[in-house]
Write a protein that binds this ligand. Structure first.
Ligand code: GLU
Length: 494
């Protein structure tokens, strides 16, 4: 039995975004590759910022991505069902008794001390450090308080924070991606493990939980690197062996600056609304810092899990490139059968208010099939399907402009005249009519097809015109030719 146990530990304070979703994915891939266990732990110690909606959002997002956890506060397959696992509870807010016991242990061993400094005093220290151009860390003022002084302050009813006494020396940590990391503990400063309010800090709760949940590998973003030496020190102070660490490379925007709001919305919600397929997003996120040993770029979750190793995670920052995500999404989308693609675009079309009821399913499938080459995101189907579904029909300004040309109106009128003798319009029929017009008007290519496209679809680009015309059908084509400035104004041509 493999003892690999990893965890994804988000704080339920907002939507998952690209950064933490990638962390979840890498933990999932590692766990699956190693036949290990993925734990979902909610770091909800911040009662003020916690949001039950955000907790629900985490479950929804992870399930959408197909990243099911093995242990957690609720069941992965059905978040209404109770969680599974022997190491719970899996919400930090339910583990306070454990933190209290561990704090007592540290206090009894003299490894933490009560700190009575007020926020104001700390702020002054911070300002002084900033004025001197130094990186701030706590001066250690309360470390040297004598027992009597502590008792005195306690007697005054001042509730202390608890700080960890950082021992002097080097802190060494092995990182599966970055190799051996060395930190000078002189740069760390005695840090708070439990605040005066009683709230445990992230570093303390994280170490206690990772130990008590038997976590073997901590895989998380590089932004946590500065926490790692603090955590390594806490493990040792509590007499525990730290787990293996692996810090994933930073994700930056195209300007090579850390990904932030400036680069636009990177919440999973946005990718969902835009119409990314979860498989494409998983695939794309895996490439943000990992590459497959065989160089293959398009891989399913199962294929990635099979190939995944921390050795192939890069150290260099990964650049978030929306164009590449779109490209990849387009590939996934075009690989779907038309029926499946239709089911995925349907919510977008419904949201746009297109009337879909009463349209035969086969027709809708064929219409979606005709535009699949034109879209990379599901949401783009709204614009791409306008030519079929917009009611009432209207033309874009560009299409109107095309039809202002006398020659264009002639083409449209000639086409309308040709349709008069037809009982139906299929793709072959459309081609016959176009061949006829070619002869009669001595026009070809764009000069012939652009006016027809503008007249029939109301757009200047779109799917193959014979397909579109056949899908619109004879009656609709006639109606559109009669509408607006098209056929009637080009009188006297034929
Ligand atoms: N709650 C922390 C976060 O969301 C977890 C960090 C960790 O994985 O240790 O960033």
């Amino acid at each position: 039995m493999s003892a690999v146990r990893v965890r994804f530990a988000p704080s339920p304070t907002g939507l998952l975004h690209l950064g933490n979703a990638r962390t979840a994915l890498f933990n999932w891939l590692f766990a699956r590759h190693q036949q290990g266990t993925l734990v979902l732990r909610l770091e909800d110690t911040d009662a003020v910022r916690n949001d039950p909606e955000a907790e629900r959002g985490i479950y929804v997002s992870l399930r959408w991505l197909g990243l099911l956890w093995d242990e957690g506060p609720v069941a992965a397959e059905d978040p209404q069902a109770p969680g599974r696992g022997e190491y719970g509870p899996y919400r930090q807010s339910e583990r306070t008794e454990l933190y209290r016991r561990c704090l007592e242990e540290l206090a009894a061993a003299g490894k933490v001390y009560p700190c009575f400094c007020s926020e104001l005093e700390l702020e002054q220290e911070r300002r002084q450090a900033a004025a001197a151009g130094l990186t701030y860390h706590y001066s250690g003022r309360c470390r040297s308080l004598r027992e009597a002084e502590r008792a005195d302050r306690m007697a005054q009813g001042r509730s202390p924070a608890w700080r960890f006494s950082v021992p002097a020396g080097l802190v060494e940590v092995d990182d599966a991606i970055r190799g051996r990391l060395s930190f000078d503990s002189g740069q760390i400063g005695d840090f708070v493990v439990v605040r005066a309010s009683g709230k445990v800090t992230y570093n303390f709760a994280c170490v206690v939980d990772d130990q008590h949940m038997a976590i073997s590998h901590v895989i998380r973003g590089e932004d946590h690197l500065s926490n790692t030496p603090k955590q390594a020190l806490l493990y040792r102070a509590l007499g525990w062996e730290p787990p293996a660490f692996a810090h994933l490379p930073l994700i930056t925007g195209p300007d090579h600056k850390p990904l932030s709001k400036r680069h636009g919305d990177t919440s999973l919600d946005r990718f969902y609304r835009d119409g990314c397929l979860p498989a494409a997003l998983d695939n794309y996120m895996a490439l943000l810092g990992w590459s497959s040993p065989d160089g293959e770029e398009i891989l399913s979750l199962a294929e990635m899990a099979e190939r995944f190793s921390l050795e192939r995670v890069h150290k260099a920052a990964a650049v978030f490139d929306l164009d590449k995500l779109r490209w990849l999404n387009g590939k996934y989308l075009r690989a779907l059968p038309p029926e499946a693609l239709y089911e995925l675009v349907r919510p977008h079309l419904e949201l746009a208010g297109y009337p879909l009821n009463g349209r035969p399913r086969e027709w809708l499938w064929a219409a979606v099939d005709s535009i699949r080459e034109k879209i990379d995101l599901l949401s783009e189907s709204v614009a791409a399907m306008r030519l079929y579904l917009q009611e009432p029909f209207s033309r874009s300004a560009e299409a109107e402009r095309v039809l202002q040309e006398e020659s264009a109106r002639k083409v449209a009128a000639a086409f309308a005249a040709e349709l008069l003798g037809r009982a139906r319009l299929d793709e072959a029929g459309f081609e016959e009519v176009v061949a006829e017009l070619k002869k009669k008007l001595k026009l070809k290519g764009k000069a012939l097809l652009m006016p027809l496209r503008a007249a029939l679809t109301g757009e200047v680009q779109g799917p193959e015109l014979k397909k579109a015309a056949a899908l619109l059908g004879l009656a609709e084509c006639r109606k559109r030719l009669a509408e607006g400035s098209v056929a009637e104004k080009s009188s006297g041509v034929l």
